[in-house]
Ligand binder design. Structure first.
Ligand code: ADP
Length: 501
């Protein structure tokens, strides 16, 4: 019997025939000025399936010269072209068309996204829904971006115009590639900007497919350019490019600081959505079942690869042991495996580098004296970057596993005495992305929400996102707010016009 072609092994279990069809047309190219082109250098890199380490596709690797071409195309499209002459209504229709095309290609996009980063197919399907909602929500905005008429002297007429920023460089991570790309693009396009988007090298296939859909929807050439490549090369070329007006970045705090530094030379607008070490605080009076379920989702969802992961779980002393038992049970109930295997609830982490990083943190936890009640090592699979869901107790808030973002399925459970202790420990972190509170005492819930230094606070729920609510970080978790009317402000600038009558 002939050996199965490698691609069929790499993408084993994918059901939509268009998934394999897309992967077969390898090497995947860069999208620059409305055309799919190879990298100028001719270089490519391999995109792997993290569940089996097989090659899914070769991808053109953008270098500085490709980034420069892409920025030129975006500049031209911004200054002069059909995009700059489109009416707000036309922009709305275009974004709705993109949302429809995502919906029509739902299964293929979910499969590509799940192959890209290893997430079980159910999770990836949920993020396709988010992508549709993002384009739909932001499609409503072009017709609602207003200036003001200002109080003027009798011989003057003064008003403001809210205008796009220009060329936006957008750099995204790999943990939810379709949603991240859709989020960034919908923000920029609804406000009339043009884009050079650099997806993460670990997970760019679904973003390239989204690029095809944008062209199919009729997004004019040069308005969206997609340039996969490595962070220190392609990402740095984009964040240092003198003709980029804004950089929007989602990723680690360390890289965020590099991007902010690079922005200084030309004073680019910068928005940063960075890491977290979010406190998830469980008071003794919490409704136990949902608190346990959400605490588990908060740290094990997406294999813990979420900036908003509730990675420090603070449990009031009275219920500590009982709560930990419940959390361990939920960790043990996870079935690790490849994307399309029936019953799988947890995929691998995204890459060999991440695998070693996460396992390194687990070892650090053990050597600092924390106890792994369950998990605490790699998964049993012979191939793929699996990590067992791990629950650490005997954790102090000053241990490495409680201070640094692990980005893996590793929960640090820390006891607390009372409300004040919970707030002080919860806030004792350099991060400030999110926080969760479980209590039936409504007044305590609101008091603690006010005291926690985090951009998002969930009370009796966790990881709920709604694009009508602003999202972003306090402290070293970021700058600026995505989603909602605040995102519109972040992607536009105000011009004051004075008219002498
Ligand atoms: P991680 O370490 O989890 O991969 P990063 O913050 O490094 O997170 O990556 C997020 C995104 O930032 C990716 O698209 C990556 O290629 C990009 N990136 C990494 N380093 C740089 C850099 N020095 N300049 C610009 N972009 C970068």
């Amino acid at each position: 019997m002939a050996a199965a072609p490698r691609l069929e092994i790499a993408a084993q279990g994918a059901k939509d025939p268009r998934t394999l069809e897309f992967l077969r047309s390898s090497p995947k190219k860069l999208l620059i000025n409305g055309k799919w082109v190879p990298a100028r250098s001719g270089k490519t890199f391999e995109s792997l399936n993290p569940a089996n380490e097989e090659v899914l596709a070769e991808v053109a690797e953008a270098g500085p010269e490709d980034i420069d071409e892409a920025v030129k195309a975006a500049r031209k499209a911004f200054e002069d072209g059909p995009w700059s002459r489109m009416t707000p209504h036309q922009r709305t229709k275009l974004l709705l068309k993109v949302a429809d095309l995502i919906e029509q290609n739902r299964e293929q996009l979910a499969e590509l996204s799940s192959l890209d980063n290893g997430a079980p197919i159910m999770g990836a399907q949920g993020l396709v829904t988010s992508a549709v909602e993002l384009f739909t929500y932001f499609a409503g905005w072009p017709t609602k971006i207003f200036g003001e008429t200002n109080p003027s002297a009798p011989d003057m007429f003064n008003y403001t115009l809210r205008e796009p920023l220009g060329v936006c460089g957008q750099i995204i991570p790999w943990n939810g590639p379709l949603m991240s790309a859709s989020n960034k693009l919908a923000h920029a396009l609804s406000t009339g900007n043009t884009v050079v988007l650099k997806p993460a090298e670990q997970a760019c296939l679904v973003v390239l497919r989204l690029g095809e859909l944008l062209l199919e929807a009729g997004v004019p050439e040069g308005v969206v350019n997609i340039v996969p490549g490595f962070g220190p090369v392609a990402g740095a070329a984009l964040s240092n490019h003198p003709d980029v007006d804004k950089i929007a970045f989602t990723g680690s705090t360390t890289t965020g600081k590099e991007i902010l530094k690079a922005s200084v030379a030309t004073l680019k607008h910068v928005s940063l959505e960075l890491g977290g070490k979010s406190p998830h605080i469980i008071f003794a009076d919490a409704d136990m079942e949902p608190a346990l379920n959400f605490a588990a989702i908060g740290i094990f969802g997406n294999t813990g690869q979420a900036c908003i992961a509730g990675s420090r779980i603070f449990v009031q002393e009275k219920i500590h042991d009982q709560f930990v038992d419940g959390l361990v049970q939920r960790a043990k109930a996870h079935k690790l495996g490849a994307q399309f295997e029936p019953g799988v609830t947890m995929g691998p982490v995204v890459s060999k580098v991440q695998h070693q990083r996460v396992l390194g943190y687990i070892e650090a936890g053990k050597s600092e004296g924390a106890t792994a009640l369950t998990g605490g090592g790699p998964g049993p699979q012979p191939k793929g970057y699996f990590v067992q869901p791990t629950v650490f107790t005997q954790v102090r808030n000053d241990m490495k596993i409680a201070r640094e973002e692990i980005f893996g399925p590793v929960a640090a459970v820390i006891p607390f005495k009372d409300e004040n202790d919970a707030v002080l420990q919860g806030n004792d972190t350099t991060y400030g992305l999110a926080a969760g509170i479980w209590t039936r005492d409504i007044s305590r819930a609101h008091k603690v929400a006010r005291r926690l230094k985090a951009g998002t606070v969930w009370i009796n729920c966790y990881m709920v996102l709604d694009f009508t609510m602003p999202f972003g970080g306090y402290k070293q978790s970021g700058q600026g707010r995505e989603f909602s009317n605040h995102a519109i402000e972040m992607y536009t600038q105000m011009k004051s016009v004075f008219v002498k009558l």
